[in-house]
Write a protein that binds this ligand. Sequence first.
Ligand SMILES: [Zn+2]
Ligand SMILES: [Zn+2]
Length: 370
Amino acid sequence: MRAAVTRRVGEKFEISEVEVASPIGREVLVEVRASGLCHSDITVVHTGMGVEMPIVLGHEIAGVVAAVGPDVTRMAVGDHVVAAALQPCGRCTACLGGNLNACVNAGALERDPADVPRLRDESGPLGRLQGLGGFAEQALIHENQLVTINPAMPFDKASVIGCAVVTGGGAVFNAAKVAPGQAVAVFGCGGVGLNAIQAARLAGATRIIGVDIQPEKLALAKKFGATDVIDSSQADVVESVDELTGGAGVDHAFVMIGVPAVAQTAMAVLGFNGTTYLVGGMSPGAELPLRPSPAESGLLPRQQGLRGLWLGSSNFYRDIPMYVDLYLGGRLNLDDLVTRTIALDEINEAYEEMERESLGRTVITFPGAS
Ligand SMILES: [Zn+2]
Ligand SMILES: [Zn+2]
């Protein structure tokens, strides 16, 4: 089968023929129908992020179960599935408590090194980021990383639930627990930001402020439920939020852009008891200056918080079917989120375009996607 392989840091994706093993144990062979392009994959290409190469990236996967290992119990051939970029062992206290991010058995779902690798080509074994490997026609994934979904769900919209939707929505629902009447600011109105915005609308936030530097993204933010938008290349964000909230500031500020200066601005727009959530990945070694005092702006007297989040603090077994239901019920906008579908061989051009200007989400689709 064909896959987009990343061989070395900084190099382009190489479309090549790779060999996928047959499922053993609790593995599931997924016929990939749609695979979303997330910024974190291209960050791995550019910086390596400590990942061993060669590797097949891609972690927003929707597809159909093509074969199952003998010990698979939760899904069967023909089921429609969405994958998650977490590898919960399913046995530790954290997993049993639904805190899948906190699983203590990293690597528990991988094959024994003595076994045939799940993925290989003539150069040897190929890695799969977070146990997935979605930039390929097929992916061999442990059943703990998969959720079966309603087959009425279109694959391209389903794929983006795996990262963009659970990350943005989960930040609002699971971590911030946004309540009706609250004020929210979202810094960065790309795929993840738009989902935080529409989740805040579903949660009943009355003031939802989208911040970005691209007018097209701000227009999209309004479509997804932002009550106000600020172009931070034109206006002073702190002053603007101050005006919009009558000096009260926001209850929750979500930082989708992994830039410390943006996080500092987010902290400066918080109201009393407000919290800033760092959602977008920051480069290793990034530092954030904190100002616990003085009285008029400090975290301490204003009882403010700063919290890091990973994949929307999601229990994806519960959350992915919920987002599917919300979409099928007409309450979650994924139609305007998936702005473009491409073929696997167009991945390099699509990422180049995304880095110049990314509006919504680009998704690779394979035959049978619709
Ligand atoms: Zn992602
Ligand atoms: Zn675990």
